[in-house]
Ligand binder design. Structure first.
Ligand code: PSU
Ligand code: MN
Length: 298
């Protein structure tokens, strides 16, 4: 059921740092060919910081941990399923190609012994009355993995998302921030639980958390300042994108990818550039965290 790349298997066996990377961002989060480029750059950044990247996806009835170049390309083709915990077993059974969300990625990572994953943003509680709550949240509540991210997008209800994290026992660490970042922008009015200055400083907290608790922990890193989309401009883009989605009657798991696509178009690429910058940066930060974690153990 698990096919683990040689390099990842060796690293895990020798307690070397490994960073899990999700694949929904490749399949459904960014346009081709940017998506494949960014996937490669994230892997390269993880390596440059001294850890082994393990991008996770489903192929032919198995969870693949660490992908080949051909598999990365395959994820960018049309028809790839977006996999959370509600359809993980279904996509495995159908032997289809599945891109894993944060929820499915941490589930797979925890099962093979990976402690750290990097992504852009987590899913959360959507706005409105549909009870559309990302599978990422309950997965985080049940899975002992540190997720390095730039918070969650303000396309979500961030206040409810932040409350949900607290209710379900998921600590939020801020790297160089006192507030929970809102993905495209660095600032919100929502607090983190603790501020640290570097990913290395986060390691001792993450180490304790993974020892005493069985939930995940968020290590939030704001988008690099030079690529931030200012809140006022973002809110204009979002209003236009939401109007477009409502007119097209888009619901459920399709909402996030469709919104991202509309935002990139309407903002003339500004949201895309922020997205790319934070993904690259988070890969580096996660690798630094993973390296520091292995040094704690040793
Ligand atoms: N946020 C992003 N980019 C993404 C996603 C979230 O900025 O690509 C993806 C992640 O894989 C996340 C998933 O786990 O969307 C959440 O989707 P949903 O809201 O349908 O659970
Ligand atoms: Mn959803």
């Amino acid at each position: 059921m698990f096919v683990i790349a040689e390099e990842v298997r060796e690293a895990l066996a020798n307690d070397q740092p490994v960073v899990a990377l999700e694949s929904t961002v490749i399949a459904h989060g960014l346009p081709y060919p940017k998506n494949v480029e960014i996937a490669r750059e994230m892997e390269a950044n993880v390596r440059a910081a001294g850890a082994v990247p393990a991008t996770i996806a489903l192929f032919d009835g198995a969870v693949h941990v660490g992908l080949t170049e051909a598999q990365l390309e395959q994820l960018a083709e049309p028809g790839v399923e977006k996999v959370n915990l509600s359809n993980l077993s279904l996509v495995l059974a159908s032997k289809g190609v599945g891109a894993t969300t944060v929820a499915a990625t941490i589930w797979c990572a925890a099962r093979v012994g990976i402690d750290v994953m990097a992504t852009g943003g987590i899913g959360g509680v959507h706005r409105g009355d549909d009870w559309d709550v990302s599978s990422d949240l309950p997965a985080l509540a049940q899975t002992p993995v540190a997720v390095v991210c730039s918070g969650a997008k303000s396309i979500l209800d961030l206040r409810r998302t932040r409350e949900w994290l607290e209710t379900w026992g998921i600590p939020v660490v801020g790297v160089e921030t006192d507030v929970f970042p809102a993905f495209f922008s660095r600032l919100t009015e929502l607090p983190v639980d603790v501020r640290v200055e570097t990913p290395e400083d986060a390691a001792s907290i993450v180490g304790v958390h993974l020892t005493v608790r069985e939930s995940g922990i968020l290590v939030t890193v704001p988008v690099p300042a030079e690529h931030e989309v200012p809140v006022a401009a973002f809110n204009r883009f979002l209003a236009a994108a939401n109007a477009e989605l409502a007119a097209r009657n888009i619901r459920g798991a399709d909402v996030t990818p469709a919104l991202l696509d509309a935002l990139a178009r309407i903002s003339e690429g500004a949201t895309l550039r922020a997205n790319e910058a934070l993904l690259r940066n988070n890969a580096t930060m996660a690798a630094r965290l993973a390296v520091a974690l292995t040094q704690l153990d040793g």
